[in-house]
Write a protein that binds this ligand. Structure first.
Ligand code: PGA
Length: 254
């Protein structure tokens, strides 16, 4: 049985005051949700503050990216060891905004994921197709390519530590959620592909869905067999919406 996971990707939003209020709101609502792992992914500079708010709670901290290198002349990057020292347990890797706006390649994303695992930071690796790729019938090929690059560099025994996030690019921030059937079809493809690559370990890997998940859409998505939770953008900026989504995962996910 896989424990459901719901992660809130704040993207580049927030301030100290907002972070305090949001983290406190999530912590107070999370006490009754122990069957779901709840992760907050604030911007780097807010990590220390959110870490303080999450201390003594079951809510887990993560970052929105992580360097591929351990240290050195990499201006603007933040290493896995630094994130661990500040209390992070997870790091998002390969978000489509990183791929599209900042030119991050499959290879770089794979190296970021490997660097995270070396420091015991669990990567949440995002994959997903664009609208054009879906219309051209390339969804499966695109996702296989993104996955294969990661599987090439990760030590096989650490694959169980990874979380995969299926985020169709056309659904992110657009209000166009994938239907439960569309999500399940891709999640099942991902799991089958993982099974071919690493056998029974594939059943331990959590595959979460992201892309315009709102409280009214979450239950039906999380009810699908291979949807193990969600990666939530816009709706994670309001504690009540985010907690409502976590409640759906507690009831139907995992
Ligand atoms: P959204 O973002 O929920 O606002 O669509 C999801 C994401 O980018 O992770």
């Amino acid at each position: 049985m896989r424990q459901a996971l719901v992660a809130g990707n704040w993207k580049m939003h927030g301030s100290r005051a907002m972070a305090r209020a949001l983290a406190q709101g999530v912590v107070s609502g999370a006490t009754e949700l122990d069957s779901v792992e709840i992760v907050l992914l604030p911007p780097f500079v807010l990590i220390p503050q959110v870490a303080g708010e999450l201390a003594d709670s079951a809510v887990v901290l993560g970052a929105q990216n992580v360097a591929a290198a351990a240290e050195g002349a990499y201006t603007g990057e933040v290493s896995a060891a630094m994130l661990r020292e500040f209390g992070c347990r997870y790091a998002l890797v390969g978000h489509s905004e990183r791929r599209q706006l900042f030119g991050e390649t499959d290879d770089l994303i794979a190296r970021r994921a490997a660097a995270a695992l070396r420091e015991d930071l669990r990567p949440v690796i995002c994959v997903g197709e664009t609208q054009r790729e879906r219309e051209a019938g390339e969804t499966e090929a695109v996702i296989r390519r993104q996955l294969d690059e990661v599987l090439k560099v990760l030590p096989r025994e650490s694959v169980g530590q990874v979380v995969l996030a299926y985020e169709p690019v056309w659904a992110i921030g657009t209000g166009r959620t994938a239907s439960p059937e569309q999500a399940q079809a891709v999640h099942a493809t991902i799991r089958a592909h993982l099974r071919t690559a690493c056998g029974a370990l594939a059943d331990r890997v959590r595959i979460v869905y992201g892309g315009s998940v709102k409280p009214d859409k979450a239950a039906e998505l999380f009810a699908m067999a291979d949807v193990d939770g969600g990666l939530i953008g816009g709706a994670s900026l309001r504690a009540d919406d985010f907690l409502a989504i976590c409640q759906c995962a507690a009831r139907g996910g995992g």
